[in-house]
Design a binder for this molecule. Structure first.
Ligand code: SF4
Length: 120
């Protein structure tokens, strides 16, 4: 048996959660989650952690050289570094609008990278 102590990030309340895993890494107990979202977060965090990624992307021909972007959903935590590399190597031409897909299906995750600000 192993125990993982987590702070839930599914809402601002930040509950302390303890997850117990058996020797096969199966979740056998979750304590401290005060709602179903927290239980789901804790279970995912110890089995296949996911994260939303925020960054900036290069912009050509605009009033600014970069635009803020984020993924439009969570991607596996272990892909964050590779996803950052893809974003760092990419660029988009101005104008950029909020919600524009700047990278489609990043790393075949089914998740797009979208702009979160206007760059004229
Ligand atoms: S367990 Fe529920 S209430 Fe607590 S931080 Fe997570 S989402 Fe919020």
């Amino acid at each position: 048996m192993t125990e993982r102590n987590l702070i839930c990030i599914a809402c601002p309340r930040g509950c302390a959660i303890k997850v117990t895993l058996d020797d096969n890494k199966e979740v056998v107990n979750i304590e401290g989650a005060t709602c179903k979202n927290g239980e789901e977060y804790a279970r995912n965090e110890v089995t296949h952690p996911m994260r939303n990624l925020t960054s900036t992307i290069k912009v050509t021909g605009g009033i600014a050289n970069v635009a803020p972007v984020r993924t439009n959903g969570d991607i596996p935590k272990e892909l964050l570094f590779d996803a950052m590399k893809v974003i760092n190597q990419a660029s988009v031409a101005a104008p950029v609008h909020v919600g524009d897909v700047v990278i489609e299906n990043i790393l075949n995750t089914g998740i797009d990278v979208i702009a979160t600000n206007e760059i004229a």
